[in-house]
Design a protein around this ligand. Structure first.
Ligand SMILES: *[C@@H]1O[C@H](CO)[C@@H](O)[C@H](O)[C@H]1NC(C)=O
Ligand SMILES: *[C@@H]1O[C@H](CO)[C@@H](O)[C@H](O)[C@H]1NC(C)=O
Ligand SMILES: *[C@@H]1O[C@H](CO)[C@@H](O)[C@H](O)[C@H]1NC(C)=O
Ligand SMILES: *[C@@H]1O[C@H](CO)[C@@H](O)[C@H](O)[C@H]1NC(C)=O
Ligand SMILES: *[C@@H]1O[C@H](CO)[C@@H](O)[C@H](O)[C@H]1NC(C)=O
Length: 944
């Protein structure tokens, strides 16, 4: 029996055996050389059973849906009747929605429909919820997370997401690293997510065996108890069916630690070749065993390192592959055809939409494509990713799943990925399927999760609005029939209000969305890089059917001049300035020679938003250093070259501006006309930010170069510093908080030579000439900074214009911050973060308030910021969510100020903004789309 056909695989077997010898694992290793056995061994029956089992196909037994009690049922859980709900089944189209009742019992959806006949008196411990017509969906399923392996708050001690032990690690099991105390679990439930696939990182080509877990706390409290249908140690389930296993692979540029693209595919091919040999050996062995030919048969051929891949080849594994570029998808498709195994989903498949025919050629059936809605251009592979990809793939008949890759996107915001995909053209029922039934099918668990049918798991979400409405929030969440949201009442916690202000019937309907056909066709035609140029009109432009208009008042400040509710008006613009607001006749064509008409269809003309906090304007692709400014010197961490003759190496973002980046132009087309950039990159996992981050600059996001009229709006804006605890994962040398504060005190005290930029700008900050913006998350550090501020001000009799940026824990010190007249710039979309940020207020449905709401109520001046350049385009969606989750505390105008007037005041930006014309609604409505930018600075209208 020759099991080692090539010298290479013999070598591999040798190496594996050597490894085993060293680690004393030889008992578990392959017995390739048959031992003589004279007759049927005592365990012959066991062997024959095993030979049968390896060929069994996984999947639920037909009896599954007839079960009486879920294997996950927690004794003591009430039965629940949700009455009068709009129930989305989760798969299919509108024919799969019904108005009626849902009965949950013993962890199972027991009945759906009109259940008025249910004899409530007969059910012990029945909780009854009247949904009053509200939407009920299956619990959301997130196909791609690192929850539990990279637990919040992030610490080095709870980082089990990637092993450094090599490229091919199919023997590692994610269950062995699953932390049961990740703060991310509850946050995800608060977003309606009930089940997630937990994947290892993508630095390995095969990082380990994935698992599917439910996010609720179990009474056992173990990692294993969280796993849905755990295949481990159970060669099947109680009813004899075989369970799916899960595996993640990665190709392309992400696993670069172990070589280039061809290396990655070779690593995979050699591993599968090894597994294929074992499959052949097992099949040959079993053929003999089944025929009773026990002579010289020996032990069953097995290898603990490769047994997972053997199961892949036997079709027992739902494989997910992270392959982004077309080149990577091509390599994956060839791999599947060479070794004949199916792939259930392709993750981060940024270019799949450009090659749907290629995706279709995957062996064993077309995989689901798992995408972000708009999170692209973070690396080269994702540079051609498109917001239109979900729709284009759906049009090609390919299943689309939206995913979070938590913590890349917080799993709590999975629903927003679907909302955005819907906004850009994915039909509503497919958008909902993309976070329910599609991912459930891609992990082989659609018999129990991802859709509501009799016999399914009782994972259910009751929403405060139609789930595709921006800001939709769960009112109730059940997992396995057990109520998760709202949290059980506690003496120190008042029940949060959810969905305040959504009584109007419009919230129950699907939002209408703009038509993107023209843009979608263009995106396809240009292979993901459509030109983002605009048509410039310096003549007269008349906007028709306008509901709201903002215009300059006597002091040059913008203010609303036309209130909604009244009739629609016409707005005439000449040379980039509004010259007439009124009825169509007065402002229309007659005496004016209109060069162009733009119908806003009930839209509005409002000041452009400003973004701050990301490297927008300083780089094109985050992970490609050659496309950006590069890392500035960090005076707290490294020696500064003498040539700079400045111990702080204080730089100015103005010197590093890049215009015309795709992120900036996309932001411009999304209503964000101003950007304020500082040199220090926002702190992210594994990279700490510079303590001294230099002077920021404000620029026009739509300009094409720095010397164009109006491109640089303000050369020197604010002085930026960052004070943080050491980053959990940073490889850079780390500086203590006390040293950072000591440095700051010294600089603000004016002890640095004022002929250096560092000395000069810190003096101006101490005198209150420029704002001092401090990136800080933690309340204790903020308190230290407030004390330092008072100390410096007392000494100089000055007033420092201090602003906290990030400030996740600012609510703890809200009164003190207000008393010190310190402003706060919060994250538009709070991130799951490190220790410094862990006490942030998550908001409804977990807490009544968000950090924003507390500061707002306290009267602190607040602005909002965005950390990622490719995310700036989503400002309006995030702003809408921030406003809606304040339960009516923050009005539209007040919300708008958070990203315009307030932010400009906090940073000290004084220029007049451009105006943005939205068609089809205002910027808080999903029905609207930007139509033009009106720029007085540049004397023109940019028409999209
Ligand atoms: C909805 O789904 C049903 C059943 O799957 C199908 O017969 C019907 O044609 C679909 N309707 C639409 C509008 O796609
Ligand atoms: C369970 O049902 C009983 C009876 O209806 C009710 O009193 C109790 O509050 C319910 N428990 C929970 C946790 O909802
Ligand atoms: C169900 O809810 C709708 C919407 O709120 C309401 O109009 C209707 O009266 C309710 N029906 C019952 C039977 O409660
Ligand atoms: C992909 O395959 C599906 C299902 O077989 C088919 O409906 C679709 O037209 C194919 N798309 C392309 C682009 O080949
Ligand atoms: C919750 O927040 C709302 C809006 O800010 C406020 O009106 C209400 O009093 C708060 N309720 C509780 C229980 O704190």
């Amino acid at each position: 029996m020759d099991l080692s056909p090539s010298p290479r695989s013999r070598l591999l077997v040798f190496l594996v055996s050597l490894f085993a010898l060293i680690y004393n694992l030889s008992d578990h290793l392959p017995k390739y050389h048959a031992v003589e056995t004279p007759r049927a061994p005592v365990d012959a029956q066991k062997i024959q059973a095993k030979c049968l089992a390896i060929k069994s196909a996984p999947g639920a037994s037909p009896l599954f849906l007839k079960r009486e009690v879920s294997d996950r049922f927690e004794v003591g859980t009430n039965s629940t009747l949700i009455s009068n709900a709009t129930i989305l089944m989760g798969r299919g189209n509108e024919t799969h929605t019904l108005h009626g009742d849902l009965y949950l019992d013993k962890g199972i959806v027991k009945a759906i429909g009109s259940l008025s006949h249910l004899n409530r008196a007969n059910v012990l411990n029945l909780s009854v919820i009247n949904a009053n017509g509200a939407w009920v969906t299956p619990g959301l399923v997130d196909l791609h997370t690192h929850l539990g392996l990279m637990s919040a708050p992030f610490t080095a001690g709870a980082f089990d997401v990637s092993s450094t032990k090599g490229p091919i690690l199919p023997h590692l099991r994610n269950i062995d690293g699953l932390n049961t105390h990740d703060d991310g679990f509850q946050l995800a439930i608060a977003g309606g997510v009930t089940s997630v696939q937990v994947l290892s990182g993508s630095v390995n080509n095969i990082g380990g065996q994935a698992i599917v877990v439910k996010l609720r706390q179990t009474s056992e409290g173990s990692s294993l108890a969280m796993v849905v249908e755990p295949p481990y140690n159970l060669n099947g389930s109680a009813d004899g069916s075989t369970r799916w296993r899960h595996l993640q692979q990665a190709c392309g540029e992400t696993p670069s630690e172990y070589g280039n693209r061809p290396d990655a595919i070779w690593a995979l091919r050699s591993a599968y070749a090894e597994a294929r040999n074992i499959v052949a050996a097992q099949d040959a062995y079993c053929q003999k065993a089944e025929a009773g030919l026990w002579d010289s048969l020996g032990a069953f051929p097995e290898n603990l390192r490769f047994e997972m891949l053997v199961d892949v080849l036997r079709g027992k594994v739902k494989v997910t592959s992270q392959c982004q570029g077309a080149v990577d998808i091509d390599a994956l498709v060839r791999l599947t055809n060479e070794f004949e195994f199916p792939v259930a989903s392709i993750q981060h498949a940024s270019e799949a939409w450009l090659v749907p025919g290629l995706v279709n050629r995957t062996w064993g059936g077309t995989p689901a494509i798992a995408l972000f809605a708009t999170n692209y251009r973070y690396d080269l592979n994702s540079y051609r990713g498109s917001e239109f990809a979900p729709r284009v793939l759906a049009d090609a008949g390919i299943s689309v799943a939206m995913k979070s890759a938590h913590p890349v996107v917080n799993s709590r915001y999975l629903l927003q990925e679907a909302q955005r995909a819907h906004y850009y053209g994915l039909p509503p029922y497919l958008a909902l399927a993309s976070i329910t039934s599609v991912p459930a099918a891609a992990i082989g668990l659609d018999h129990r999760i991802g859709s509501l049918h009799e016999g399914a798991d009782a994972d259910v979400v009751l929403w405060d609005s139609n789930p595709l409405q921006l800001g939709a929030t769960p009112v109730h969440v059940w997992i396995d029939g057990k109520l998760q949201i709202p949290l059980p009442p506690r003496s120190d916690r008042e029940g949060p209000i959810v969905g305040g202000g959504k009584e109007d019937k419009k919230w129950a309907r699907f939002p209408s969305v703009p038509d993107w056909e023209k843009e979608r066709k263009q995106a396809i035609e240009w292979e993901g890089l459509p030109p983002l140029t605009t048509r410039k009109q310096s003549g007269n432009v008349v906007f028709l059917n306008v509901r709201n208009v903002w215009s300059g008042n006597a002091d040059g400040k913008l203010q609303k001049v036309h209130r909604s509710g009244s009739d629609l008006v016409a707005v005439t613009v000449r040379g980039g300035r509004i010259v007439c607001v009124g009825d169509k006749i007065a402002c229309g064509t007659d005496e004016l020679d209109a060069n162009e008409y733009v119908d806003l269809d009930g839209g509005s003309v409002v000041p452009g938003m400003m973004t701050f906090g990301s490297p927008l304007g300083l780089e094109e692709i985050r992970s490609e250093p050659s496309t950006g400014n590069g890392p500035p010197f960090d005076a707290f961490a490294e020696p500064i070259p003498a040539i700079l003759n400045d111990p702080g190496a204080l730089g100015s973002a103005m010197d590093a501006l890049m215009f015309g980046t795709r992120n900036a132009l996309t932001a411009y087309r999304s209503g964000v006309t101003l950007g304020t950039a500082a040199l220090g990159k926002p702190a992210s996992l594994g990279s700490s930010t510079n303590v001294i981050a230099g002077m920021s600059v404000t620029f026009s996001t739509g300009s094409s170069h720095a010397m164009e009229r109006g491109a640089i709006v303000q050369k020197f804006v604010a002085l930026h510093v960052a004070i943080h605890r050491p980053d959990a994962f940073s490889k850079k040398s780390q500086v203590s908080v006390s040293s950072q504060i000591a440095g700051l005190r010294r600089l603000l005290s004016g002890w640095e030579n004022q002929e250096t930029d560092t000395g000069k700008w810190f003096k101006r900050a101490a005198e209150g000439v420029v704002p001092l913006v401090i990136d800080v998350g933690n309340a204790d550090i903020m308190a230290t900074l407030l004390i330092l501020k008072a100390e410096i001000e007392n000494r100089f009799g000055s007033r420092i214009r201090m602003v906290f940026s990030g400030a996740a824990e600012a609510h703890i010190l809200a009164q003190e911050i207000r008393a010190a007249s310190v402003g706060v710039i919060l994250d538009l979309r709070p991130v799951v973060g490190g220790w410094d940020d862990r006490r942030t207020l998550p908001g409804p449905p977990l807490t009544n308030d968000t950090t924003l709401a507390v500061l707002f109520r306290e009267g602190v001046k607040v602005g909002l910021k965005c950390r990622e350049a490719q995310d700036v385009r989503n400002m309006r969606f995030d702003l809408t969510r921030a406003m809606l989750t304040s339960n009516g505390l923050i009005s539209k105008d007040e919300a708008y100020a958070l990203v315009s007037n307030n932010l400009e005041d906090l940073l000290g930006v004084t220029m007049e903004s451009d105006l943005v014309a939205y068609a089809g609604g205002d910027l808080f409505e999903a029905s609207s789309k930007t139509a033009a930018v009106i720029s007085a600075q540049r004397g023109q209208v940019d028409i999209f």
